[in-house]
Design a protein. Structure first.
Length: 678
């Protein structure tokens, strides 16, 4: 359907509506507001869309997490996974794994997770992963030493679009081209008509340039590799340390990257380095050469005894000759030697080749002068010569490197993606290992008897204690059960365990238990313990919520922690009994933690299962608890245990020097109390 054709649906609303089909992308609040107020959308539809948007925000596109506490458990287990990633990418990628009732979705992630669990992570891999990030597009680049030239206005604008890195110039004719060539180290002429013309400077006639932009601007592909050099090197390192098969030639890529500087220039070429240094140092070297020559000459003059006949001197003075002629007459050899040192210095300091040295020689004239002075014109020539050679060389190296790397681009992308995916897998593997997880078995798939859930040796990942301090819990529920138990026995932790196991299983991930079998649930309703008695309004809305639940509970997992605190015990027991009946009729799976299990069972008009977390005894005043709920067993409460202990002690013969324990309240009293508990 064309969304924009709905009256009143603007672009923004349409975008928001489309986003609903893309579960990976959360809707923004503004979008939801736009939908809700868009004319042409009924209130009911707007509400449904808003609910969908909220689910998306909670990464719950399937509406699996039906309550706040269920969503909290999901966020908590997700955090545990995310905290085991190295890269931000992997953390974000884990966000896309959400619990779902859909078999295909679960199985897809399961396949991924099974592979992940095989992965070994060692420190070297994790360290290497620190440098990996998603690849980035380089920013805009400008190449100043090269330009494009054409006589044609259409080609001109096409060139500007296709190769924005170079400036494009319109030229009238060969003369225009020649002028341009003086300002750039290379001019790329786009017109066939320029073929064969001879112009001073570097002019290339490339009518095909717009079809192969990377050849005339190798800076473009190189910028991509330069921008991503470090992350690519890190991704290579990840592949090496993890022994991961790569989709590209790692050596070739690494070699290419090692020749590339961060700014996109080619590194590690001796000749280019020589030319670059020569251009940079030229002025300084020429001036030093000058000083060297003058020092040399000064020294020579100082040591020289110049003998000149009076008549010669007279003729020189009469002719008005200066020091120069004296130099050339009397000190020609010294001058020549001084100039030679200057030339040698320039050649050596700049490491010039023969042709360049020829030019450099001319920077110091054979005509004697004092002081010796460089010829700036010649130094400029030399600079132009060196710069042109440098740019030619850099250009060639860039083209070669770009050609070498061109084939690696796709491979490089895959390399980084694989490294980042490995981080996701390693996070799952570490979670799996650290919580001693297994893959859960969905009974619909295994063909076993339908059950609710059966957890063997489960340890809640939400407990703060280290794993070894957590007692493994076995718990199995099919239908709806009440869970009774001593204070602090671990009832809430058991609900947390069930919720996290079920949520993880429906995310397609391994679960923290020795073995888990479960049915595929449609949703999880987990209600945390309510703090204190609810006011009438809140009580009413809670009852309403359960009425909804009771109506449609089939396929639901309902976990409720001490609902009785919402109102006074008598009324609570009645309400809970009613909810249990309805849920049980509807085939839901549920666990209700309650201290009123006995009362509720009596109220209910069917045989409610009551499981119990039992204190095995009191050790030094502290309860010793069997954390696995015992099936069909109403656990004794803590007060009962204490009365029992007192009764036992009262019955014991005095052991402390004839002092009879609790003389005032003898064994009879405790026995009578105990009877009340039965
Ligand atoms: N399986 C376990 N292994 C070790 N310690 C546990 C386990 N389960 C719970 N505990 C410890 O017992 C404490 C109390 O657990 P929990 O809050 O789940 O008990 P409860 O029965 O719900 O308590 P209450 O009666 O207050 O509702 C936890 O904070 C935890 O330290």
């Amino acid at each position: 359907m064309d969304l924009e054709s709905i009256p009143g649906v603007g672009e923004k609303t349409a975008r928001a509506l489309r986003a609903l089909d893309e579960p990976e992308r959360a809707l923004r609040r503004g979008d939801v507001a736009a939908i809700a107020t868009a004319p042409g959308i009924s209130q009911g539809r707007a509400a449904r869309i808003a609910r969908g948007a909220i689910r998306l925000e909670h990464n719950d596109p399937g509406g699996f997490l039906a309550t706040d506490r269920a969503r909290e458990v999901y966020r908590d287990v997700l955090s545990l996974l995310k905290s085991r990633t190295v890269t931000d990418y992997a953390a974000q990628r884990l966000e896309t794994i959400y619990p779902s009732p859909r078999r295909s979705r679960i199985e897809d992630v399961q396949a991924f997770a099974r592979g992940a669990l095989e992965r070994e992570s060692d420190e070297a891999v994790l360290t290497a992963l620190e440098g990996v990030e998603p690849l980035e597009q380089p920013g805009d680049i400008r190449v100043r030493e090269r330009c494009l030239a054409t006589t044609d206005a259409e080609r001109y604008s096409e060139a500007r679009d296709v190769i924005p890195e170079l400036s494009v110039e319109i030229v009238e004719d060969t003369q225009g081209l020649a002028e341009l060539a003086r300002g750039y180290s290379t001019v790329i002429a786009l017109d066939e008509s320029f073929a064969g013309v001879t112009i001073e400077g570097d002019v290339q006639v490339r009518p095909d340039a717009l079809e192969a932009p990377a050849e005339v601007v190798p800076e473009r592909p190189l910028a991509f590799f330069a921008r991503n050099r470090d992350r690519l090197q890190a991704a290579i390192e990840v592949h090496r340390t993890a022994g991961l098969a790569a989709d590209c030639d790692l050596e070739a890529l690494e070699d290419g990257l090692s020749r590339l500087d961060e700014d996109g220039t080619v590194a590690g070429d001796d000749e280019l380095d020589r030319l670059t240094t020569a251009v940079d140092d030229l002025d300084a070297a020429a001036s030093t050469a000058e000083s060297v020559a003058n020092d040399h000459l000064r020294e020579a003059i100082r040591e020289e005894d110049v003998t000149i006949e009076g008549s010669d001197l007279l003729s020189l003075v009469e002719r008005g000759a200066g020091v120069d002629s004296l130099l050339s007459r009397e000190l020609a050899d010294e001058y020549a030697a001084a100039v030679e040192t200057a030339r040698e210095h320039l050649t050596d300091a700049l490491d010039l080749d023969q042709g360049e040295a020829e030019i450099a020689r001319r920077a110091f004239s054979d005509e004697p002068t004092f002081p010796v002075e460089r010829d700036e014109g010649v130094v400029s020539r030399l600079r132009e010569e060196l710069t042109a050679a440098k740019e030619r060389r850099a250009g060639r190296l860039k083209r070669e490197l770009a050609a070498d790397l061109a084939d690696q681009r796709e491979g490089a992308r895959k390399l980084v993606r694989a490294a980042l995916e490995l981080d996701v897998e390693l996070a799952i593997a570490r979670f799996g290992r650290e919580f001693e997880c297994t893959m859960p078995e969905f009974t619909a798939e295994t063909g076993d008897e339908p059950i609710g859930f059966a957890i063997e040796g489960g340890r809640s990942p939400l407990l703060d204690e280290p794993l070894e301090a957590i007692d493994p819990v076995d718990y199995e529920v099919t239908g709806v059960a009440l869970l009774s138990g001593v204070n602090s026995g671990g009832k809430t932790s058991t609900l947390d365990l069930v919720a996290s196991v079920v949520v993880l299983a429906h995310m397609g991930l391994p679960v923290p238990a020795e073995r888990v079998r479960l049915r595929r649930f449609d949703d999880v309703h987990y209600h945390a313990k309510t703090q204190g008695t609810l006011d009438a309004g809140a009580f009413e809305s809670t009852v309403r919520e359960f009425a909804d639940l009771a109506r449609g509970g089939e396929g639901s997992l309902v976990l409720v922690d001490e609902l009785e605190s919402i109102t006074e015990p008598g009324a609570s027991a009645k309400i809970i009994a009613g909810i249990l009946e309805a849920l049980s009729d509807n085939g839901a799976t549920g666990v209700f933690v309650s201290h009123l299990a006995g009362e509720i069972r009596e109220m209910a008009d069917y045989d409610v299962t009551v499981d119990g977390i039992e204190a095995v005894g009191l050790v030094d005043g502290a309860l010793e608890v069997n954390r696995s709920p015992v099936k069909d067993h109403l656990a004794r409460s803590t007060p009962e245990l204490i009365v029992e202990k007192l009764a036992d002690e009262a019955r014991e013969p005095a052991t402390n020097g004839g002092d009879v324990p609790d003389r005032e309240a003898g064994p009879d009293f405790y026995d009578r109390l105990l009877e009340k508990f039965d």
